[in-house]
Design a protein around this ligand. Structure first.
Ligand SMILES: Cc1cc2nc3c(=O)[nH]c(=O)nc-3n(C[C@H](O)[C@H](O)[C@H](O)COP(=O)(O)OP(=O)(O)OC[C@H]3O[C@@H](n4cnc5c(N)ncnc54)[C@H](O)[C@@H]3O)c2cc1C
Length: 388
C-alpha cells in the first residue's frame, strides 16, 4: 500500500492489528439493527482503542484525537473499514466524526465547551438532521420545509426529518431549518420539549448507525442555539459534506477490501472441475477487476484528500470520487458474493452484511445521478458562457 511516511505506516499497522485482533473477532451478525448491543460493544472497543493509541484519527489534537490530515486519514480509515464495527470503535465513524469538524469551525466558545469538547471526548453523541420526508428536502435541499421562527428572543422550530443517522442515542442534533433570513443550523438538545424521536426506520443496512425519523413541534431553543450565522446554513453545511463524502469513501474501500479478502481465501481453497476456483479464468477476471476497482478508488480518494489538505476546492473531484468509489465498492462486494457461491449469501461468510452496508452509499452524500448531473453541468459551463 502507498503510505506517505513511516509514522503513518506504524499507525496503519497498529490499526490493522487492532481491527484483526480486537474488532473482527467480536463481529456478530445478530448485532445488526441491535443498536443497544452494538453500543455496549463499541464502548468496550473504544476503551481498547484509546489504550492502543488508535482512537480518533480525524479528531483534532487539541480535542484529544490524533489530528491526522485527510491524506493520513485515508490510510487509517481504510484499515478501520475492514470491519463494520471498526470506524465506531476508533471514534472515526459517521455522523460524529464530521460533526466534530464542522463544530470546530463554527462553535462559539460556549458551544465549544458544551457540545464540541464532550463529543470529541466520546462522552456524548450527535446527529445531523437535514433530510425530510416528501415533500421536504432530499436531493434538493432548497425544498427545506422545517421552519424556525424568531419569537421573543427565542426560536420555535416546527417540522419533520427522517433518515437521521445516529439520532437514536444522540444527545444533541444539528438541525437545518428555514428562517426568514434563509436556511440556518441550530444545535438542539434531544431532551428539549417538542423534540421527538418518532421511530427507528427499518433499513437495509444495520451497522453504520440507526436511521431515525424526528419531529419538531413548537420546539423552543434560545438564540445561542444558532450554529454559525443565521441564513448561512447551506454554506456552513458544506464544511461537513465534503469531508463526510470523502471519509465515507475511505471506510467503504476498507469494507470492500475485506469482502475481497474473504472471496480470495474461498477461491483458493474451494475446488470445482478438478482445480481451485481461483485457477478458473472467469474467476480470475472477477478478482482482477476488483483489484483494479479498489486501486482506482483508493487513488481518487488519496488525490481528493491531498487537495483538501492543500486547501484547494474539490467540488468537481469529490463528486467524481464519490460516484466512482460508491459504485466500485458495490461492484467489489457483489463480485465477492458471486465468487463464494452460497457461502457468500449466508451470514457465515460475513459478506451478506457487507453487501447490505455498501448499497446505501450510492444514495447518501448525494445520489450518483445528482453528482453526475453536477459534474456534467460544471464541465459544460465554459461552453454555455462562450455562447453568450
Ligand atoms: C443510510 C442513509 C443514511 C442517511 N443519513 C442521513 C443523516 O444522517 N442526515 C440526513 O440529513 N440525511 C441522511 N440521509 C438521507 C440522504 O441524505 C438522502 O437520502 C439523500 O440526500 C437523497 O434524498 P432522498 O432520499 O429524499 O431521495 P430523493 O431526493 O427522493 O431522490 C430519489 C432518487 O431520485 C434520483 N434523483 C434525485 N434528484 C435527481 C436529479 N437532479 N437528477 C437525476 N436523478 C435524481 C436519484 O436516483 C435519487 O436516489 C441518509 C440516507 C441513507 C440512505
Amino acid at each position: 500500500m502507498n503510505t506517505p511516511n513511516s509514522t503513518l505506516e506504524t499507525l496503519r499497522l497498529r490499526t490493522r492489528a487492532f481491527i484483526d485482533d480486537e474488532v473482527i473477532p467480536r463481529e456478530d451478525v445478530s448485532l445488526a439493527h441491535d443498536f443497544a448491543a452494538q453500543d455496549r460493544l463499541i464502548q468496550v472497543l473504544r476503551q481498547k482503542a484509546r489504550e492502543t493509541g488508535v482512537r480518533g484519527p480525524g479528531i483534532p489534537r487539541e480535542l484529544g484525537g490524533l489530528g491526522l490530515s485527510f491524506r493520513g486519514r485515508a490510510v487509517i480509515l481504510e484499515e478501520s473499514g475492514r470491519s463494520v464495527l471498526g470506524p465506531h470503535a476508533l471514534q472515526a465513524g459517521p455522523p460524529d466524526e464530521t460533526n466534530i469538524l464542522m463544530l470546530d469551525r463554527l462553535c462559539t466558545s460556549a458551544q465549544r465547551m458544551r457540545y464540541l469538547e464532550p463529543l470529541a471526548a466520546g462522552q456524548t453523541r450527535s446527529c445531523f438532521a437535514m433530510t425530510e420526508p416528501p415533500p421536504g428536502a432530499g436531493s434538493d435541499p432548497a425544498m427545506l420545509q422545517t421552519r424556525a421562527v424568531r419569537r421573543n428572543g427565542t426560536w420555535i422550530i416546527d417540522g419533520r426529518k427522517w433518515f437521521i443517522s445516529g439520532a437514536l442515542r444522540a444527545d444533541f442534533a444539528i438541525v437545518m431549518a428555514q428562517t426568514d433570513s434563509g436556511p440556518t443550523m441550530f444545535i438542539v438538545d434531544t431532551d428539549t420539549p417538542g423534540y421527538r424521536m418518532v421511530r427507528v426506520i427499518d433499513a437495509l443496512d444495520g451497522f453504520i448507525s440507526s436511521h431515525c425519523e424526528l419531529s419538531f413541534e413548537s420546539c423552543m431553543v434560545r438564540d445561542d442555539a444558532v450554529l454559525g450565522q443565521v441564513g448561512d446554513g447551506f454554506a456552513h453545511a458544506q464544511l461537513r459534506l465534503e469531508p463526510a463524502r470523502l471519509t465515507h469513501c475511505m471506510r467503504f474501500i476498507g469494507m470492500a477490501r475485506r469482502a475481497l479478502e474473504i472471496a480470495e481465501r474461498y477461491v483458493s481453497g474451494r475446488e470445482s472441475f478438478g482445480k481451485p476456483l481461483g485457477q478458473h479464468q472467469n474467476v480470475q477476471t472477477l478478482i482482477a477487476d476488483s483489484h483494479i476497482d479498489l486501486y482506482a478508488a483508493r487513488m481518487m480518494t488519496f488525490d481528493v484528500a491531498t487537495r483538501m489538505d492543500a486547501g484547494l476546492s474539490v467540488k468537481q473531484e469529490s463528486s467524481m470520487a464519490k460516484v466512482f468509489v460508491s459504485e466500485a465498492v458495490g461492484r467489489v462486494v457483489d463480485r465477492a458474493v458471486q465468487m463464494t457461491g452460497a457461502f457468500g449469501i449466508s451470514s457465515d461468510s460475513g459478506l451478506s452484511a457487507l453487501y447490505r452496508e455498501v448499497r446505501p452509499f450510492r444514495i447518501f452524500d448525494g445520489a450518483s445521478e445528482v453528482h453526475r448531473s453536477a459534474i456534467a453541468q460544471r464541465a459544460l459551463k465554459p461552453y454555455a458562457q462562450s455562447q453568450d
